[in-house]
Design a protein around this ligand. Sequence first.
Ligand code: BTN
Length: 243
Amino acid sequence: MIPARIHRYGTVTSTNDIAIEMLHRGEPEGTVVAALSQSSGRGRRGRRWIDRPGDCALISLVLTPGKPLSEMGELTFVISLGVADYLAIDHGLDPALKWPNDVLVSDKKIVGILVETVGNLGAVAGIGLNVNQVELADEIKNTATSVAIETGRQSNIDEVCERFAAKVLEVYESYLANGFEHILNRWLERMWGVGRMVEVSSESGSVTGIIDGVEPTGELIVKGADGNLHAIHAADAIKVIMG
Ligand code: BTN
């Protein structure tokens, strides 16, 4: 078992910054940085992650899977599955996994995941889970949710970080032991949107079609109106058109 070695902080710039420094210093796999708040939390595609102290569980995990860079994308599936397992087991929720790494509850985003690779040293997986918010800002309240909104209960953030890190590391360990196919099969059981008509937009344009599944290598498969299957490697947004 990889034990979670949690380093707790008050306010930091970003837990990913600290975890990256730790990875450079040679801290072992299982090292976890947890903070109460971040002044420059970051999200995917240059977005910011804004939190209010005590509302979110903010953690970053140091991981050294020893895989080539081309396989590091697998980590987003591993982490999102770990988050889903945690929410199901500890909070009785039924999360859906939206490709590539969103975790949805009641069709709304409950967590942000940012995996950053650090040369050939390894990666840092930063996770921000909405825990205690009972109300969300106007601009996100239609698309986001929290554990408190879904369960009606407040949680102790330190305990959440501990249990949550341990669950993610458990799933990560089963990835190292049993391979990506095993993780992907479990991930697919919770996959969001199969059979739904969507528009997937990315830098290279957009594809409209029905979500069909995920390739063994992690690409999203969308069946276009012409009947052709498109394998999509990266996307900025997936918008439901119908279904
Ligand atoms: C996203 O949805 O765009 C990803 C957001 C990731 C936010 C988390 S919070 C903990 C860790 N530290 C960061 O600066 N970002 C991640």
